[in-house]
Write a protein that binds this ligand. Structure first.
Ligand SMILES: [Zn+2]
Ligand SMILES: [Zn+2]
Ligand SMILES: [Zn+2]
Length: 130
C-alpha cells in the first residue's frame, strides 16, 4: 500500500472502529473525543468530512434529533429497517418493517391517502435497562 492510500483510508478506518464499538448514535464531537482518547490525531473537520463520506457510501445512518443535533451510527440504511432506541443507554436495535402494509391499507381505506414513504423511530428501554 502506498503512503498516499494509507493517508486517505486511515481516518475512515479509525472512525469506523469507534462506531463499531458502540451500537448507538454518536455526534461528530463525541466521536472526536473518543478518537482523542485513543490518541488518534484527527481534526474535527476531518471527522465531519469522513462521516459525510461514510454516509454517502451507505455505511452509516444519520439522525437529526428535535434540537437539530446530528448523530451517526454504523448501519446499512439501504436495507429498509427502523431503529428502536433505548432512552436510558442509547442502545439501538435494528427492527424489521412488518406492520406497515396493514397500516397503509387502513390509511387508504379511511382517509383515501396513498402512502409512498415513511420514517419511524421507536423509543423505549433495551433488555439491559428494563
Ligand atoms: Zn440500522
Ligand atoms: Zn438501554
Ligand atoms: Zn418501514
Amino acid at each position: 500500500m502506498s503512503e498516499r492510500t494509507e493517508y486517505i483510508t486511515r481516518p475512515r478506518e479509525e472512525i469506523a472502529s469507534v462506531l463499531e464499538r458502540e451500537r448507538r448514535f454518536l455526534t461528530a464531537s463525541e466521536i472526536y473525543a473518543r478518537l482523542k482518547r485513543a490518541r488518534a490525531r484527527m481534526a474535527l473537520s476531518t471527522v465531519y468530512r469522513t462521516l459525510e463520506r461514510l454516509r454517502k457510501r451507505g455505511d452509516v445512518a444519520e439522525r437529526v434529533d428535535d434540537a437539530g443535533e446530528v448523530s451517526y451510527m454504523l448501519c446499512a440504511p439501504q436495507r429498509h429497517h427502523h431503529h428502536a432506541i433505548c432512552r436510558k443507554c442509547g442502545r439501538v436495535e435494528d427492527v424489521d418493517c412488518t406492520a406497515i402494509d396493514r397500516f397503509s391499507q387502513a390509511l387508504k381505506a379511511s382517509h383515501g391517502f396513498v402512502l409512498d414513504d415513511h420514517a419511524m423511530e421507536f423509543f423505549g428501554r433495551c433488555k439491559q435497562c428494563q
